[in-house]
Design a protein around this ligand. Structure first.
Ligand code: FAD
Length: 655
């Protein structure tokens, strides 16, 4: 037989769904040697997840492709609730706003998963040589524990089998989502068995890091043993999903609706792109007694369910794009990482119902959290210990999601309360309250990471006998910015050219940390003196900016200083600020894209950033923001010492 190829790679990603692609996308921006493999021969073309949270769109924007999703998607602006009236007929009982106002620049939107995968694939190809290697399936995995603590070692050894042909069933006519559904048995073992007979090619890969983004049946998770099992429960709720162009007299078909019928269960309507509408229908016939009889399920059964819920309105279709059936299980993995060398992300570590539109979002946000950390460690910029924050931060999000889903699924699946004494049923008031409370959560903006090496603890939560160099965040300097949450966004103007920008647009996902210097009113001499003193400290050859900068790289290559002042724009120029705030480069001169101002724009009003962040316009403050836009530390504008101590906790001195 042929000699087996052996190669080395920094990062190996198994699975090219939303979680794997988000990770590959980070790697494409940070230049890390990466491979990504998937057992399927093609990406997704129809159906599956479709909800895009506000936060996910912000993240897409930080990578430069939100506009594609925003243009193609359907935007979710209102939600209608339908419930039975006294005669048992459904009627509209409420009309609610879909996304809380001013929570984000983006409202929730819907677009099928295949398009999201397309945007990632294009973005990855544009920025790197990384390509998804399809029809590749891992076969064996070994982790050499003696090497896990050594930065430059390759402790992971994995064999990859290259398949000769696509194991997925050929799709003909209407896309049938059942073969990927969680009610269908996992096919991994079968693929390995049959492909062995065909003697497909095998190779050995040594990797520094392995990330299992291989979905709910995760092979990587199974290799890690019982300590990594998913724990939780499957429910009896079975939901059918139908993507159709509806022909109907139901008046709210282009509005997101939650419909509770008197006796025929409930249903959700999600108006989608390209005239499509998604119907989520609870399937009562197949949902009793645990196991599902697959032969009873077809688009016709699902449609029949929908017709019953919607009666007396009528619904039919000529075009069906995709359909599937889904059993709601709510499970979280016991562990998310082994020795911070092998990680699990996305559906591989948490599963839950699809209706709150969370699955794809939370999965992508897992690897959005992880990607920059791995990149900084592989590059030798940060200590390996920052990788521990992945499990700490994302496991909590997954648990919160399951708790939320418990409540939410019950609300959708339960029958409506007939009266206040009906404890089994769901009252309209209860539903409305849960929906409003859940909005912060479902937008994705509500995520808050706890104190760690990379999120300072709050001054208030800290005992007074702390050591002098202890890093603590002083929230009073920016009373409306929340430590551990993503930096909110308001419009500011470029000092040099007056162009308005949402501040978040300047916080690109390029792997850099940022210090936002809210310089305050520099027309006051005392304030200018503070800012100048900070500038001098930052510019010193022993400053943290210099110490952590990779040799030969620009001063802003790992930590970027952006400033936003509050003096009138026309009274200042960038030369009123220390040089380090607008660094000079021999080739292109001064950097005009680092100093911003909170002032009235010519065409887009006043962003009132200081007011909205709760920052004093005279004295300002400083905020450290992670490469993923989460707030790490808030303090006085001239508290150089704390900034230095913060970065010194995990960044590596480069010499
Ligand atoms: P996946 O998207 O599952 O991606 C995993 C990838 O890994 C796949 O490409 C797979 O081929 C690959 N893979 C798996 N095993 C291996 C292996 N051994 N070797 C190599 N590659 C492997 N969410 C909603 O919000 N709304 C919905 O209506 C909805 N419907 C869904 C319907 C179905 C049938 C499924 C399966 C999921 C649905 N979801 C829905 C959930 C949503 O699609 C997931 O939450 C989301 O895709 C998770 O992303 P992921 O990258 O973690 O996993």
């Amino acid at each position: 037989s042929n000699p087996v190829e052996v190669s080395c790679v920094d990062v190996l990603i198994v699975g090219a769904g939303p979680a794997g692609l988000m990770l590959a996308n980070w790697m494409s921006r940070t230049g890390i040697k990466t491979r990504i493999v998937d057992k399927r021969g093609t990406k997704i073309f129809n159906g599956q997840a479709d909800g895009l949270q506000s936060r996910t769109l912000e993240i897409f924007d930080s990578f430069g492709f939100a506009y594609r999703a925003w243009q193609e998607s359907n935007h979710m602006l209102e939600m209608c609730l339908w419930n039975p009236d006294d005669n048992g007929l459904i009627q509209r009982t409420d009309r609610l706003i879909d996304t809380i106002q001013n929570l984000s620049r983006f409202q929730q939107a819907v677009l099928h998963q295949g398009r999201i995968e397309r945007f990632f694939l294009d973005s990855i190809a544009e920025h790197s040589k990384i390509r998804v290697e399809r029809l590749v399936i891992p076969e064996t995995l070994e982790l050499d524990e003696s090497k896990v603590a050594l930065d430059n070692e390759y402790p992971i050894r994995i064999s990859l089998r290259h398949l000769a042909e696509d194991p997925a069933p050929a799709q003909s006519g209407v896309e049938n989502g059942l073969f990927r559904s969680n009610i269908t048995e996992d096919d991994t073992e079968g693929i390995l068995e049959t492909s062995k007979a065909k003697e497909d090619r095998t190779e050995i890969v040594n990797a520094k890091y392995l990330i299992g983004c291989d979905g709910a049946h995760s092979w990587v998770r199974k290799q890690l043993g019982d300590d990594f099992a998913l724990v939780g429960e499957a429910t009896d709720y079975v939901w059918g999903v139908l993507d159709i162009i509806p022909i109907t007299d139901f008046p709210d078909i282009r509005t997101r609706c939650a419909i509770h019928s008197q006796e025929s269960g409930s249903m959700m309507i999600i108006p989608r792109e390209n005239k499509l509408t998604r119907l989520y229908i609870q399937l009562k016939e197949v949902s009793t007694g645990g196991r599902i009889d697959r032969s009873t399920i077809s688009p016709a059964t699902i449609l029949k369910g929908a017709q019953k819920v919607l009666a007396p309105y009528k619904i039919e279709y000529k075009y069906c794009d995709w359909w599937t059936v889904y059993q709601i299980g709510q499970r979280v993995g016991k562990g998310f990482s082994k020795h911070d060398r092998i990680f699990l992300a996305g559906d591989a570590v948490h599963t839950h119902s699809p209706k709150a539109g969370q699955g794809m979002n939370v999965s992508m946000q897992d690897t959005y959290n992880l990607g920059w950390k791995i990149a900084q460690v592989v590059k030798g910029e940060a200590d390996r210990s920052i990788l521990q924050t992945y499990e700490a931060e994302r496991r909590k999000v997954a648990r919160d999601l399951i708790d939320f889903d418990h409540k939410f699924s019950r609300l959708f699946s339960g029958k409506p309360a007939k009266d206040i004494l009906d404890t089994e049923g769901i009252s309209l008031a209860e539903f409305k309250k849960a929906f409003a409370d859940g909005n912060m959560f479902t937008s994705g903006v509500g995520v808050k990471y706890s104190g760690s090496q990379i999120v300072a603890v709050s001054d208030e939560d800290h005992p007074s006998d702390k050591a002098d160099n202890e890093v603590t965040s002083k929230g009073q300097f920016a009373s409306k910015v929340v430590l551990g949450m993503r930096m909110p966004s308001f419009k500011v103007l470029n000092q040099s050219d007056a162009r308005p920008w949402h501040l978040q647009e300047r916080l690109k996902s390029d792997g850099r940390w940022r210090i936002l210097i809210f310089a305050g009113n520099i027309k006051r001499s005392t304030q200018l003196a503070r800012v100048n003193k900070l500038g001098k400290q930052l510019a010193s050859p022993t400053s943290f900016l210099s110490r952590f900068r990779p040799v030969g790289k620009p001063i802003d290559s790992v930590i970027e200083v952006l400033s936003i002042h509050s003096s009138p724009r026309t009274d200042c120029t960038i030369f009123d600020f220390p040089d380090i705030f607008h660094p000079y480069n021999d080739e292109v001169g001064w950097d005009y894209w680092k100093i911003f101002v909170d002032d009235e724009s010519y065409h887009e009003g006043h962003g009132e950033a200081y007011k909205n962040y709760g920052i004093d316009v005279e004295t300002g403050c400083a905020i450290i923001v992670r490469p993923d836009q989460y707030v790490s530390w808030i303090g006085a504008v001239d508290d150089y010492q704390q900034m230095d101590s913060f970065f010194s906790r995990f960044m590596k001195v480069q010499s």
